[in-house]
Design a protein around this ligand. Structure first.
Ligand code: AR6
Length: 172
């Protein structure tokens, strides 16, 4: 899997699927979730209403509507409670389950935001390492997804993910 760290607004990315850092209701919110719903248009919320919410660490898929991306994969990151509530495994599951769903829908290029590091307060350094590892070590069944990116909205986030990717390769 090729992984690239980008700067910018994920709603503009021409991926087969972009991932949304949603909440358990899947009915919209602030941050990247709000931006995705605004850019996709009201049809996205209509489809989300039919999904019955989503568990933390799990993922569900919708169409992308007015977005350049064909699909939106909605995943629910863990809220950081200090690290003793299985947060790290749940965050890794978000990346893994999103990629499994992308594969099922034949997506070759998937763009992720920095899940849980905004309103959900997951420490950026830990989150960036978990994200890089989960994507790089994704056990693909059919090798459908060829490329993933993490789209960072601010400079500090970009710096942490760049560092996490560099350190991941240093370990080998
Ligand atoms: N493109 C890429 N990244 C973005 C964008 C964008 N357009 N907008 C914000 N980010 P957050 P969470 C970054 O809070 O921590 C929502 O209300 C942001 O700077 O969006 O998983 C949901 O409904 C940060 O680096 O997601 C949930 O209730 C990252 O995306 C809750 O927030 C994640 O921040 C989820 O919290």
């Amino acid at each position: 899997m090729e992984l690239e760290i980008l700067s910018g607004d994920i709603t503009m990315v021409e991926a087969d699927a972009i991932v949304n850092a949603a909440n358990n209701s899947l009915l919209g919110g602030g941050g990247v979730d709000g931006a995705i719903h605004r850019a996709a248009g009201p049809e996205l919320l209509h489809e989300c209403r039919t999904l019955g919410g989503c568990g933390t660490g799990m993922a569900k898929i919708t169409k992308g509507y007015r977005l350049p991306a064909k699909y939106v994969i909605h995943t629910v990151g863990p809220i950081w409670h200090g690290g003793g509530a299985n947060e790290e495994n749940l965050l890794a599951s978000c990346y893994k389950n999103s990629l499994l769903l992308a594969e099922k829908y034949n997506c070759r290029y998937v763009a992720f935001p920095s899940i849980s590091t905004g309103a959900y307060s997951f420490p950026l350094q830990k989150a960036s390492k978990i994200a890089v590892k989960a994507i790089m070590e994704f056990q693909s069944i059919e090798n459908v997804v060829e490329k993933a990116s993490i789209v960072c909205f601010d400079k500090k986030t970009k710096e942490y993910y760049d560092k996490a990717l560099k350190e991941y390769f240093k370990k080998d």
